[in-house]
Design a protein around this ligand. Structure first.
Ligand code: THG
Length: 373
């Protein structure tokens, strides 16, 4: 059977790096914020997993789009969208913040960058946050400017990212603390760089604002990186599941609230902040949640997921598997599942029905806490 390909168009935006990565062995794309996001290269999933944990990778994550919110009411608008208390946030820092609607459903889980009280970037996951933000601003008659600037992130991830970035930007880059950002110079260009990234292997994200300079920097990272065994890569399914990094649209969506998704440390219900869904969230907290995102370990060594799969216990559906992959570290399939009350406990056993090589087969697994590592 021929593998279908995704047809490119203006609507399905390419990134400024697309032509580069396609020459570097890109094998598949996914779509994120109406843009191409690399999903695999010629290395196997396991080879790239071990490589990411040992060396350094360069990722085209331009699909992590920025929504700039500026103007005199911008702090109010940012706060209105998130249950995280933004009142004590500092300039030059990044804040992982769930965005919720008036029913406390999660709309997005971006990293919010604060430049100052009147300028923010919301580095969005896969949903149209700018439309939501614009609607709120119109309804509230806020004085704000909301648009998507031409920013194309390069992520430099892996333990050797520090050496590589030092070589290009100088030792000052090593002083940058986790989730802080600052400007660093290379070749007469200033780059906004944050100590962040969608892996737990250490690294940076370079917010490229000038296409031409950014492409030169992209090439430089590969040239200077040969001694560190640099390779092109992309957000990694195995690594991110082990690390418990959530993927909006896969693990969580608008039908889930932040208390169900382990976001307690990113929300403040006691603050005086005004945000959408606050009453709802306080009520959910008081009544208790009815489902919870948990880890699962399944006694099989391969799985391919294209949708969610039900999990059973004594013939009851107890939850829904949302992402899963074989982990070379756990030597089993691991995943993330939304588990119903009263089953969302560590060590809860379940069964899953999979079609393996055209046979229906029932396999067993158990629930665990997130993250796996
Ligand atoms: N980088 C940038 N923008 C992004 C992502 C990114 N936008 C889309 C998407 N990724 C947003 N989702 C996440 C999910 C998890 C994390 C970051 C972005 C993350 N979480 C850590 C955790 O949960 O342990 C750390 C959070 C913290 O301690 O504050 O890193 O990757 N620019």
């Amino acid at each position: 059977m021929a593998i279908p390909t995704v047809a490119k168009s203006r609507r399905l935006r390419s990134t400024i790096y697309s032509s580069r990565i396609e020459k570097q062995g890109l094998k598949s794309y996914t779509v994120y914020n109406h843009m191409l996001l690399p999903a695999s290269f010629s290395d196997t999933l396991e080879d790239s997993y071990f490589h990411l944990k040992e060396h350094v990778q360069i990722w085209d994550v331009a699909a992590e789009r920025q929504i700039q919110i500026s103007g005199k009411d911008s702090s109010k608008l940012v706060q209105l969208m998130t249950p995280r208390d933004m009142s004590k946030t500092l300039n030059g820092k990044c804040y992982y913040s769930p965005i919720i609607d008036s029913d406390a459903g999660i709309i997005n889980d971006p990293i919010i960058l604060k430049f100052n009280d009147d300028k923010w970037w919301v580095s969005i996951a896969d949903s149209d946050l700018s439309l939501f933000a614009k609607g709120l601003a119109i309804g509230k008659d806020y004085e704000v400017d909301i648009f998507e600037p031409n920013v194309n992130i390069i992520a430099v991830q892996g333990p050797k990212s520090f050496k590589l970035m030092e070589k290009i930007f100088g030792s000052k880059i090593l002083d940058l603390k986790f989730y802080n950002f600052d400007y660093f110079e290379f070749n007469d260009n200033n780059y906004l760089i944050a100590r962040s990234g969608w892996s737990k292997q250490g690294g940076f994200e370079i917010y490229v604002e000038n296409d031409e300079a950014g492409l030169k920097l992209y090439d430089e990272l590969f040239e200077q990186g040969t001694q560190f065994n640099v390779k092109p890569g992309c957000p990694h399914l195995i690594e991110r599941i082990e690390s418990g990094l959530l993927s909006y649209g896969n693990d969580i969506d608008i039908n889930d609230n932040p208390l169900e998704c382990g976001f307690e440390r990113f929300i403040n219900l006691e603050s005086s902040a005004t945000f959408l869904g606050k009453d709802k969230l306080i009520k959910i907290k008081k009544d208790g949640i009815s489902k919870k995102l948990m880890g699962v370990i399944i006694d099989i060594n391969e799985i391919e997921m294209t949708g969610s799969l039900n999990l059973f216990f004594e013939n009851n559906i107890i939850g829904e598997l949302r992402s899963a992959v074989y982990s070379p570290t756990f030597k089993k399939v691991i995943g993330m599942a939304m588990i119903k009350k009263p089953y969302f406990n560590k060590d809860q056993k379940f069964e899953i029905n999979l079609i393996d090589k055209s046979n229906q087969n029932i396999h067993t697994g158990k629930v665990c806490e997130l993250p796996f590592v």
